[in-house]
Design a protein around this ligand. Structure first.
Ligand SMILES: *Cc1c(COP(=O)(O)O)cnc(C)c1O
Length: 381
């Protein structure tokens, strides 16, 4: 007989996610799903065409373990062009099955039993699970709301670091708050990392989805940081092809080797025809999605504010946060039946109770879908 709960102890508490519950509720009630974090439009036609050509051209077997050379070179060129960062495509770049695998491989390769990882809350849901899978512990530093933005207390970051801390896990631009960390904030994080000889794992999947003329600043570009930073990104968010799962890591050789050692036993390789397709477009103009997305942000945030909701306008990403001032879980459970819209209570991204009144709405949807959702929110069913 299989035990009632055969799940290993370190994965207890990571059962069915709220996303599954809310997606089921969306189907059942015919709701518009603003909980999902993927766009409802396709990526650029030339990218889709390049993947089809690669399939027809026979690129359908296992690609090289570190990724196809053309993509590794394109990633290195991208880091140099946008950020002035130089990486050797052969020893410092690794292609992964999305940023998700990159995060898993980096965390499991670099933080084990007895280690701690400092992470900002709210955090992306895979972080906690991957820290636990590796056998390490997480310690959270809360991003507090400050007017129309979010900030952390440097003293809170310093006190989260202990003798056991191995790494700081940073996500900028940040999901779910939409915050773009400033140079001053990154400097504080860099100082703490250097004082305590910590690794920084930087999830930068929204690097090109910033608004209002703001630019993303990679922490690896700060003095003394390239040597201790594992930078992660993904074609999924940059090119609106989240189903392709082409991500990557840039890091100095020792850190990259640690992640690669784990990665080779997770998926080994993936995405043979998608890798050359991404390589073909990564050097192009990457701003178009952000321009469209900024208009969608303005449409959703403006509409929510007009309904009298307290909206915190994001500087980047796919997400806007509403502060209800009361229990967001109850609100989100009722929302599909009352208004035919699904949103996510941000408390699922927190360890503490600091996010209990926040709701995350995704605006990476076509304008007519957002207009319909706003109409529904304005009228009870
Ligand atoms: C979407 C997302 C990922 C996952 O990226 P994939 O390339 O789809 O695996 C990782 N981190 C954050 C913050 C995300 O929003």
């Amino acid at each position: 007989m299989i035990d009632q709960s055969p799940l290993v102890a370190r994965m207890q508490g990571f059962g069915t996610t709220i996303f599954a519950e809310m997606s089921a509720l969306a189907l059942e009630t015919g709701s518009i799903n603003l909980g999902q974090d993927f766009p409802d439009t396709d990526g650029p036609p030339e990218l889709l065409e390049a993947a089809c050509a690669a399939i027809r051209g026979g690129q359908n077997q296992y690609p090289p373990g570190p990724g196809v050379p053309a993509l590794r070179h394109a990633i290195a060129a991208h880091q140099r062009h946008h950020y002035g960062l130089d990486y050797d495509p052969d020893t410092e770049v690794l292609v992964t099955a999305g940023a998700t695998e990159a995060i898993a491989a980096a965390l499991m390769g670099l933080a084990g039993p007895g280690d701690e990882v400092v992470v900002f809350e709210p955090y992306y849901d895979s972080y906690a699970a991957c820290i636990a899978l590796g056998g390490a512990q997480r310690r959270c530093v809360t991003l507090e709301r400050q007017g129309d933005g979010w900030a952390f207390d440097p003293a809170a970051l310093r006190s989260a670091v202990t003798a056991r801390t191995k790494a700081i896990l940073l996500n900028t631009p940040h999901n779910p708050t939409g915050k773009v960390f400033t140079r001053a904030e990154l400097t504080v994080i860099a100082e703490v990392a250097q004082e305590h000889d910590l690794i920084v794992i930087a999830d930068e999947v929204y690097e090109h989805l910033t608004f209002d003329g703001l630019s993303h600043l990679p922490i690896a570009s700060l003095p003394g940081m390239r040597e201790r930073t594992v930078t992660i990104s993904s074609a999924g968010k940059t090119f609106s092809v989240t189903g392709w799962k082409i991500g990557w890591i840039c890091a100095p050789p020792a850190l990259l080797t640690a992640a690669r050692t784990v990665k080779q036993f997770l998926t080994y390789v993936s995405g043979a025809p998608f890798q050359p397709a991404v390589a073909a477009v990564l050097g192009g103009d990457l701003r178009a999605p952000a321009i469209a997305l900024q208009a969608q942000r303005d449409q959703l945030c403006g509409g929510l504010a007009a309904l009298g909701l307290d909206v915190i306008t994001p500087q980047a990403t796919y997400f806007a946060t509403v502060d209800l001032g009361s229990d967001a879980v109850a609100f989100c459970r009722e929302l599909p039946r009352r208004h035919g819209v699904v949103a996510i209570p941000s408390s699922v991204f927190y360890d503490s109770a600091a996010g209990d009144s926040y709701v995350r709405f995704a605006f990476c949807k076509r304008p007519e879908v957002l207009a319909d959702a706003l109409d529904r929110l304005g009228a009870a069913r």
